[in-house]
Design a protein around this ligand. Structure first.
Ligand SMILES: [Zn+2]
Length: 151
């Protein structure tokens, strides 16, 4: 009787440990797939005067990068198809930049409302507003556009 109780408690602790290991592994796997599924934005290739920020998501890249591959957060702007769009959707006037590697877990990214955007380089604030046409486009695409507070 005593013997049985001892093996039973050993088994229980082993089972508990195994469950714990399983949980940890699952958590790691989830984390990997989370990271794997998010395709980060391009990093600016230079930090000169040609840098521009997207007026909707505030992603910062060079003019050429926006012209060649558009904005990773706002593909519906189709900047890569129409060069004029780059000028309409982005601005060279912005203050301060922040690099975000994991927007879902960064308090700074959440505070700056970047939580739903892809990892990349962002500016803290833009002062220009999207044109009415482009605001309507956002509405049609059912994506949120938050205009800057100070205009
Ligand atoms: Zn954008």
């Amino acid at each position: 009787m005593k013997y049985e109780t001892v093996t039973c408690s050993i088994n229980k602790s082993i089972v508990r440990k195994l469950n714990q290991i399983n949980r940890e592994q699952n958590h790691l796997k989830e984390r990997e797939s989370e990271m794997g599924s998010v395709q980060p934005a391009q990093i600016p290739t230079s930090f000169g005067h040609e840098l521009r920020a997207c007026l909707r998501c505030r992603l910062v890249k060079t003019y050429d990068q926006f012209r060649e591959s558009g904005c990773e957060n706002c593909p519906f702007f189709k900047m890569e198809e129409d060069f004029d769009r780059v000028a309409d959707c982005t601005t060279p006037n912005f203050n301060g930049i922040i690099s975000v590697t994991d927007p879902t877990r960064s308090w700074a990214a959440k505070w700056l409302r970047l939580g739903r955007f892809v990892p990349g380089v962002y500016t803290l604030a833009v002062s220009e507003v999207l044109s009415e046409d482009l605001r309507n486009l956002c509405e049609d695409e059912q994506v949120q556009y938050v205009p800057p507070k100070r205009v």
